[in-house]
Design a protein around this ligand. Structure first.
Ligand SMILES: Nc1ncnc2c1ncn2[C@@H]1O[C@H](COP(=O)(O)OP(=O)(O)OP(=O)(O)O)[C@@H](O)[C@H]1O
Length: 448
């Protein structure tokens, strides 16, 4: 890519993100190089790089592609030249990200370690399993399959495993990459007629971690190669860690033999965060920001407010806090509830989405392949009554409706019927893994 092309992209970006954003975030970027689909930029501070990646990364890639540049990833590294531009927002120095040049993996994020991962009920099992893998030694479950909704910490845990293993077992070849990068490597090897090189590279690793494996669903040759790599490593007793946005059995267009292989080890779900976990994460981030912005004061109740209101995912929660700190430091004000409400109005509005009982009824009927009318109708056969009870349980969990109100929306049923349904489903959730899985999936779809 030439300087001219980057100049054109800059002009396009300025139009789409506005002059202020452009001047603050894009103008300080220095285009350095384009290699193998990775566009590298120099940034004045890590903070600017992270902010740009998070908030404008997709848009930059989109504009680059529109201007004919073949790019699928951006990388930012601190360069001296413009270091003074964003000095006011400079964070505490962070350890540099490392990458093993001779291995096919992606660069690890220095922030994603076990120390910075906050645990709570929704993620304690996933965290414990990841810790176990990170100890190295004998492989006890293979693969470790982590799944959960967007931004719940799957990538964070995988990076943490890699960092920890590098400390504990420095000689181990640990490779982390996304399923997309796996495919990219595979296609490149095909193009360059170097399948032998590809196979020997991937089969020589000690720990292979593949993120977002749902990406290869429906991509037949990549799946095939992934399957062979997987088997070869398992046969050699090498550890594999996989992540996806859903359980192996629920990934559409993934071959059955791969699904069953993925289910062989330990399959762990990262549940949606609860209030306590969100608050814990916010407190940890605030401690971090306090070092970067020592003068900033945050009023009581702001974190509780955010943990209560932003329930979508941790990425959004983090983004909100980052914006709040950056804004407060620029304007030199204390972070109060009012400031938070003003500064985060769009995020708060987007998080306001309320699930309705009708939506729940519709989703549950679709899931169990029954008529919506039967949700509110009189039929009492198990195949209808059970999904109806599930819908009542979800209505209790996901809406503010009282038991009598829920009853009324289910064809005028009594509140004791709803109470019985909620109790029954609670019991089944603890004893019937299929129901537990159905509930979790429905809850995630409805909240997503
Ligand atoms: N328990 C946690 N403690 C601290 N930070 C967390 C936690 N869970 C998630 N995060 C943070 O939230 C952000 C999103 O997490 P991550 O990228 O790991 O999500 P993910 O599950 O891989 O999502 P996706 O499916 O979108 O890739 C990261 O910055 C991560 O550090």
């Amino acid at each position: 890519m030439t300087e001219d092309t980057w100049g054109r992209v800059c002009r396009d970006l300025e139009k789409t993100i506005g002059k202020n954003n452009y001047v603050t975030w894009i103008a300080p970027l220095e285009f350095h190089a384009l290699e193998n689909g990775v566009a590298r930029f120099g940034v004045p501070t890590n903070f600017v790089g992270e902010w740009v990646k998070r908030n404008f990364g997709d848009r930059i890639v989109e504009h680059l592609v529109r201007n004919g540049v073949v790019v699928d990833r951006l990388e930012f590294a601190v360069s001296g030249a413009k270091a003074s531009v964003a000095a006011a927002t400079r964070p505490a120095p962070q350890p540099e990200a490392r990458s093993d040049v001779d291995l096919p993996g992606a660069t690890l994020d220095a922030r994603f370690t076990f120390e910075t991962f906050v645990t709570g009920k929704p993620n304690e099992l996933a965290h414990a399993a990841a810790r176990r893998v990170a100890e190295g030694g004998a492989v006890t479950f293979n693969p470790l399959f982590l799944y959960g909704g967007v931004g719940l910490g799957k990538t964070h845990l995988m990076h943490a495993i890699a960092w920890e293993l590098r400390e504990r077992v420095p000689e181990a070849k640990v490779v982390y990459l996304s399923a997309e990068q796996f495919m990219y490597r595979f296609v490149q090897a095909l193009r360059e007629r170097d399948m032998m090189g590809f196979k020997s590279l991937f089969r020589s690793v000690d720990v292979l971690m593949v993120d977002d494996v749902q990406f290869i669903a429906g991509k037949d040759s990549t799946q095939e190669e992934f399957f062979h790599t997987f088997n070869a490593l398992v046969d050699q007793g090498k550890q594999i860690v996989i992540s996806a946005d859903r359980a192996p059995g629920e990934i559409k267009d993934l071959e059955d033999r791969i699904k069953s292989r993925l289910q062989c080890g330990l399959v762990v779900d990262l549940h949606p965060t609860d209030y306590e976990l969100r608050l814990g994460i916010l407190q940890q981030k605030v401690d971090m920001y306090r070092q970067q912005y020592p003068g900033l004061v945050i009023s009581d109740g702001v974190l509780e407010f955010l943990a209560h209101r932003i329930t979508t995912n941790v990425r959004v929660l983090e983004g909100a806090l980052t914006r709040l700190f950056a804004f407060a430091s620029l304007v030199g004000k204390e972070i109060t509830l009012d400031l938070a409400q003003d500064c985060l109005a769009d995020i708060l509005r987007a998080s306001e989405r309320k699930v309705t009982v009708e939506e729940i009824q519709r989703k549950v009927s679709e899931h169990f392949n029954m008529r919506l009318a039967d949700m509110v109708g009189p039929k009492r056969h198990r195949t209808i009554a059970r999904p109806r009870q599930i819908a009542m349980w979800l209505a209790k969990q996901l809406t503010q409706r009282s038991l009598p109100e829920i009853g009324r929306r289910f064809g005028g049923r009594d509140h004791t019927t709803v109470m019985h349904a909620v109790k029954r489903i609670e019991e089944l959730r603890a004893t019937d893994s299929q129901i537990a899985e159905d509930l979790e999936m429905l809850r995630r779809t409805l909240e997503g």
